[in-house]
Write a protein that binds this ligand. Structure first.
Ligand code: ACO
Length: 335
């Protein structure tokens, strides 16, 4: 079975920065309360003219550029989102022409909330696997997937509900994956079918995220370490053999719980929710792109990804950065 390696990343965030102090002007809240409970200081919201699709486009263009492969070489494009501009066309379809992707490739959105990027990776791996024979016949050896996590959650927030609106932000992260035989790769996905977080769909009246924060917290602190331990067992690796753990960036305390439960080195667990908040499906690829920009991701590293979200979905992946990842230089990454 072929696995995926990570070739390149890109990201974009809404350009309106909203601080905790900004919320404190209209809500009974404070930077102290929000930061101590969540690890979040500020988040980015889209300004006029920006949207889930425009952020996804920007992130995807950067990832394609850095992958140094032609858009026509992409064999499938998956966008993970719960806040796309339209139910149909989905984000991935909206991007296809702009990005110059071929017409004869599968292009679709997946909805698995904050676990969406991890679900998107597996959907992409499946498409690359099923397209293997066709690629071979056309003389192409490598398969490439473009997977994007993108959200404009600000359009779904009840700005009077201090328990939810301070948590979320708008952003997009994109990754180009390469299909590789005998790659070090494992994926686990699941769901508990809960309604602890509800993102209403069109037709549900006013669309606002509703959440039982405590119940989600309890689910997350159980699901994250369980998934990591299962992925390590499946791969026959120890956490010492892993370079980075990138969890869904919902709440700093949830990641701290996971670190304690794994008796792990906290510096291995990347965090950036302090300046982006929870960007749902975008949080993991945005974190990966920030890490790449800082030079933290190097060719041949082993990374664990771990997420949970509405649904109650959960998922994880173990994979390696591609041997060719160093082809893109730092100056290009920070553009
Ligand atoms: N500022 C000040 N006070 C607040 C705020 C705020 N922003 N929000 C809630 N409070 C108040 C509550 O009203 C409550 O007051 P009361 O005691 O007078 O009723 C008090 O603080 C305690 O509220 P709790 O909900 O018990 O606070 P808790 O410590 O559980 O923290 C939080 C709430 C941060 C939401 C936490 O439960 C959490 O992070 N849960 C996980 C949420 C999450 O990760 N969701 C994303 C899932 S992913 C997806 O797919 C969308």
């Amino acid at each position: 079975m072929n696995g995926l390696t990570l070739l390149a990343t890109g990201s974009a965030a809404g350009s309106r920065v909203v601080t905790n102090d900004d919320f404190a002007k209209t809500l009974d809240t404070s930077d102290e309360w929000i930061y101590s409970r969540t690890g979040i200081h500020e988040r980015h919201f889209c300004k006029e003219g920006e949207s889930c699709v425009s952020l996804a486009r920007e992130a995807a263009k950067k990832a394609l550029l850095r992958a140094k492969i032609a858009p026509e070489d992409i064999d499938c494009c998956i966008a993970a989102t719960v806040s796309g501009d339209a139910t149909s066309p989905g984000v991935a379809c909206s991007l296809q022409k702009d990005l110059g992707l071929r017409e004869d490739i599968p292009v679709l959105d997946v909805n698995a909330a904050c676990s969406g990027f991890l679900y998107g990776m597996e959907v992409a791996r499946g498409f690359l696997e099923s397209g293997k024979q066709r690629r071979t016949l056309s003389g192409k050896t490598d398969g490439y997937a473009l997977v994007i996590g993108c959200e404009q959650l600000s359009r779904l927030l009840d700005l009077k509900d201090r328990a939810t609106c301070v948590l979320f932000g708008d952003g997009a992260g994109a990754a180009v994956f390469k299909s590789k035989e005998n790659a070090r790769y494992a994926s686990l996905l699941g769901a508990r079918g809960g309604e602890e977080i509800v993102v209403p769909g069109p037709g549900d009246g006013e669309r606002k995220i509703m959440m039982d924060g405590k119940a989600v917290f309890r689910f997350a602190v159980e699901a994250l370490p369980k998934t990591l331990k299962a992925l390590l067992a499946q791969s026959g690796l120890t956490l010492d053999e892993v370079d980075w753990v990138v969890c869904h960036q919902a709440n700093s305390r949830i990641i701290d719980h996971c670190v304690r439960s794994m008796k792990a080195d906290p510096s291995k667990f990347y965090k950036n929710m302090d300046h982006f908040g929870n960007t749902s499906a975008a949080s993991i690829p945005m974190a990966l792109d920030e890490m790449a920009g800082k030079g933290l991701l190097k060719a041949g590293q082993t990374i664990l990804l771990d997420g949970f979200g509405a649904g109650l979905t959960w998922g994880g992946a173990l994979l390696q950065t591609d041997a060719q990842m160093n082809r893109f230089c730092l100056s290009e990454v920070s553009k």
